[in-house]
Design a protein around this ligand. Structure first.
Ligand code: HEM
Length: 350
């Protein structure tokens, strides 16, 4: 009898706890997450303040802007009924800013392996408290940290100057984070010569009305002719060369959460199967030919604040990593603007 109870009870618990994971877009907040978030925000703020002793305060992550360009975001006409949700319910176009960036806390040589960010800010968005809708992406489909508790460990090893300790925290192989290490290695190993030729993904999920989505931006033009890699800032130079005479284009795509049990909300290290749920084109991003390196524009872009939480409720960020980002991005943006004596404001137009 004891044996039976003992066997049945954990199974019962498992059934109760997995039940929630089977609902679409369902969040499950683990105990201790808000303390972990405060801890991360505090460590990150300390890093920003320490770095600012040597010059202007910068973003703690993604500090190197490869370029910040004007763009147009068009919602596609004739979308299937199921895709006409939130921003995609109305066929219209939005003026947008796009900031391309590195990811490491250091503004290093572009030949050093690193993730690349594409942060898109739509302006004039009704229903968003900030008036903007931000879509933050990196050039890999998954993130390398599962949740807030793990991010505390990552930030600690980063602040101690030994990020590898996060993946291999001691001699016991049971504690190795091999899956996360594989993701980080794949990200660092990418060869990117021109940012306009890379594909970008949200990695984390977002609401899509009553269900959830991940999103992606995929180049839709021919490959750029500019791919030299000889100088430390070749990504910016190739972007400048391309946009000096030609426009660029990305398809904006959404992947719906079709199988909640296999497409988790709380673990962005897991890729949602494209076989079970392919990405669907819902928008197009046009980056017209332009120059973007005036001192005024560079300064304007450094003072932008991107966060997944600049959003309409229909696309609210989901999952633990996104919940952490709510506090952390706000903290870092507030601190760096205050240290630099700059005002924080969302742009309303070009
Ligand atoms: C807990 C996890 C994360 C933390 C603590 C974190 C931290 C940060 C911080 C502090 C910034 C600078 C914000 C500012 O000063 O305005 C930033 C920027 C950024 N993050 Fe994250 N991040 C996390 C996860 C992610 C994920 C999953 C992605 C995947 C898309 C991502 C993509 C970006 C991008 C693209 C930017 C640059 C935005 C810009 O151009 O201003 N981050 N992140």
């Amino acid at each position: 009898m004891f044996f039976l109870l003992h066997k049945a009870f954990p199974l019962g618990l498992a059934l109760i706890s997995t039940h929630a994971a089977w609902a679409f877009g369902n969040e499950e907040i683990p105990a201790g997450e808000s303390q972990a978030t405060q801890q991360i925000a505090q460590m990150v703020e300390e890093d920003v303040r320490a770095e600012a002793k040597n010059g202007p305060a910068r973003r703690d992550a993604h500090p190197k802007a490869h370029g910040c360009v004007q763009a147009e975001f068009r919602v596609l006409p004739d979308l299937p009924e199921a895709m006409r949700v939130g921003l995609f319910a109305q066929v219209r176009s939005y003026p947008a800013w796009i900031r391309y960036s590195n990811a490491s806390g250091k503004a290093q040589n572009d030949s050093v392996g690193d993730a690349r960010g594409m942060a898109v800010k739509l302006m004039g968005v009704e229903g968003s408290e900030s008036g903007t809708q931000d879509f933050l992406m990196i050039n890999h489909p998954v993130f390398f940290v599962r949740n807030a508790a793990d991010y505390v460990e990552f930030q600690k090893s980063l602040s101690a100057g030994s990020p590898v300790k996060f993946f291999f925290p001691g001699m016991n192989p049971l504690n190795f984070r091999l899956h996360e290490f594989g993701v980080a290695r794949a990200i660092k190993g990418k060869d990117v010569a021109n940012l306009l030729d890379s594909r970008y993904w949200s990695t984390t999920p977002y609401r899509f009305g009553d269900t959830a989505m991940k999103f992606s931006a995929r180049p839709c033009g021919p490959a750029s002719a500019f791919a030299a890699t000889a100088t430390p800032d070749f990504l910016r130079e190739n972007l400048r060369e391309h946009l000096a005479s030609k426009e660029a284009c990305f398809d904006f795509q959404v992947q719906l959460q079709k199988l909640p049990g296999e497409m988790p909300i709380e673990d962005p290290t897991v890729e949602w199967s494209q076989k079970d749920s392919p990405f669907i084109n819902v928008g197009r991003i046009i980056i017209p030919a332009q120059t973007f390196l005036s001192a005024k524009q560079l300064n304007f872009c450094e003072n932008l604040s991107f966060t997944p939480w600049h959003s309409i409720p229909e696309h609210q960020p989901l999952g633990g990593i996104n919940r952490v980002r709510k506090t952390v991005y706000d903290t870092v943006s507030r601190v760096r603007h205050a240290l630099n004596g700059e005002q924080r404001r969302e742009p309303a137009n070009f």
